[in-house]
Design a protein around this ligand. Sequence first.
Ligand code: ACO
Length: 375
Amino acid sequence: MTTTEQTIHHGLEGIVAARTRLSRVDGQAGELTIAGFRLDDLAPHATFEEALFLLWNDRLPTTRELDSLRANLATHRQLPSSVTSLLVELAKEERPIMDALGAGIAALPSTGDDADAIRLVATIPSILGTYTQAMRGDDLADPPSNLGHAAALLHQLTGDTPSAAATRALDTYLVTVADHGFNASTFTMRVIVSTGASFVAAGAGALGALSGPLHGGAPGPALDLVREIATPDRAEPVLRERLARGERLMGFGHRVYRVRDPRADVLGDAASRLYQTDGDQDLYHLARHVEDVALRLLREHKPDRRIATNVEYYTALLLNGLDVPSSLFTPIFAAARMAGWTAHAREQRAEGRLIRPRAAYAGAERRTWLPLEDR
Ligand code: ACO
């Protein structure tokens, strides 16, 4: 191994590439800190707009500031007609919703960083709502102007004004996943902003990074597992068989969180509150039972590890309780993470330094050029 090769950090693993005041992921302690708040303290109380203000300004908003942010988001919800037309065309081709979301974001106008940041956050629910309506063949509805971000998002997807319980549950979800250190999409956002490109260009790039299965996550499959088990008595035999086949149980384990995933705990509490009034009770109780059995079997299977329930499991349950189909799980994650992406974009713009790592060349040397006819 050459000296150059020894210094390669494949996947940039362990490399600290920037300072951030936005979030800290502490895998050993099982804690997530968002701008100074433990997630467990922030997510059950904050609305999405409060978390957004916190990430953008490093403090909680006053009533006036919060009202002004809510109004600003509502004003920017309306999509440009060119974006609406594009979404209608893509719906005719029945393109996957993540493709439509990426195209919709990329087609947004860019008019400066602050306006772009508001527009990116405000329009994701409109893009998802318009696309969902177009796919269903419904008349396209104007986005609501009198609802907060979480309620407006649900309204745009379902056409109904959600209950206070449903709105609170979605706010908790959006806050929980609003930011999470230097993950692949956040890093993509910062790389693109570091070139001097617009926040809109960076937002489209970040969404592209999120569209891959290694980042976009496993909430759909986690719910599929519960549905496949179908009745409590089947949980143990089905899970045992999967583990015996060497399969991984979706919704359990995490590369970074080694003792607990704080997001799973917060979303688990939110789900238990939501399912008191909304959602499919049988599915909820089955999922709790499947979780208990899975954790017991995973302890048996890997006694030296502490494999815990991860964020994906309760994301699936919570969003399902809100009647959100699994095709929208990752797009709604993007709606939440746009808060973190835009906050990182601002931080990167303030830093003003081009992100430009190096690669160790491992190709051929000193080749001799051959004219086409001699090859
Ligand atoms: N089911 C069965 N076995 C598991 C699971 C699981 N969910 N998670 C870990 N293990 C086993 C591994 O097979 C491995 O066994 P081995 O040593 O015999 O190969 C051992 O435990 C390794 O455990 P860790 O080092 O703790 O886990 P690792 O870092 O390798 O993997 C990962 C983490 C990829 C998330 C894994 O737990 C997994 O595949 N989980 C299921 C998929 C899932 O839910 N993904 C979403 C994660 S959340 C997120 O990314 C936002």
